[in-house]
Design a protein around this ligand. Structure first.
Ligand code: SF4
Ligand code: FES
Length: 251
């Protein structure tokens, strides 16, 4: 396959970026999308040109770092598929592929296609953890959890923190990500210790980081590569109300 590429190039956070055009021959349909970018970088290096900066780590849909906006869709055209899992057979011979970084105030571009997603880390640090006694690993069955609850918790624990939900949302809302993290811990007995204040702390950091509000367009759910449902947002809102009532009673 031959493909044409329009790729966002930006030297650093402050620089003004622009699209640059590239062409690549001999692209195999079985090639992964990131392997195609590796091949392009190899070509650029051979020509003495600066390679294109893009983020990646696991290349198997686990780490959430391969955040690319491809032809107007976060992670490209294939549903429930991360950029690193995407194969070039999803594109046609001769097609032009436009590649951009995530666009959101809370995710500033560091260089080319790489954005700073540390705002998500700060939301997690505010409440996305559980308190445990340190020491050796506890006996697996010492805290029973029903199959129904563990299945639900596992569904939301699938969130890989990629940020596609934010990139897809016209308001750059992080509600799908935050709700997945809140609901996962709210379901499990291990999450009860911090349950009273967790959602309030995480929501406060989410707002302070500059993410927008949710206006129920469901674009986040449509583009989430892990199929996280917007139902978790409703559950987070319920957690928030309960948390407010409990903490105001205590105060
Ligand atoms: S909710 Fe989905 S789109 Fe958002 S960060 Fe998690 S995995 Fe990515
Ligand atoms: S590189 Fe880890 S999810 Fe894509």
């Amino acid at each position: 396959m031959k493909i044409k590429l329009q790729i966002w190039r930006q030297k650093n956070e402050k620089a003004k970026g622009k699209f640059e055009n590239y062409e690549l021959d001999d692209v195999s349909p079985e090639m992964g999308f990131l392997e195609m970018l590796d091949a392009l970088n190899h070509k650029l290096a051979n020509e003495g040109k600066e390679s294109i900066a893009f983020d990646h780590d696991c290349r198997e849909g686990i780490c959430g770092s391969c955040s690319l906006y491809i032809n107007g869709q976060p992670h490209g055209p294939k549903a429930k598929t991360t950029t690193c899992e995407l194969r070039m057979r999803s594109f046609k011979d001769g097609q032009t592929i436009v590649i951009e970084p995530w666009r959101a105030k809370a995710f500033p571009v560091i260089k080319d296609l790489i954005v700073d997603r540390s705002a998500f880390d700060r939301i997690i640090a505010a409440g996305g953890y559980v308190s445990i006694d340190s020491g050796s690993a506890p006996e697996a069955n010492s805290i029973p959890v029903s199959k129904n609850i563990s299945d639900k918790a596992f569904d939301v624990a699938n969130c890989i923190g990629c940020g596609a939900c934010v990139a897809a949302c016209k308001n750059s809302s992080a509600m799908l990500f935050v709700s997945a993290k809140v609901y996962q811990l709210a379901l499990l007995p291990q999450g009860k210790t911090e349950a009273k204040t967790r959602v309030q702390k995480m929501a406060a950091v989410m707002d302070a980081e500059g993410f927008g509000s949710c206006s129920n367009t469901y674009a986040c759910e449509a583009e989430c590569p892990k199929g996280i449902s917007v139902k978790s947002i409703a559950r987070m809102n319920a957690e928030f109300l309960t948390s407010k009532i409990v903490t105001e009673k205590v105060e």
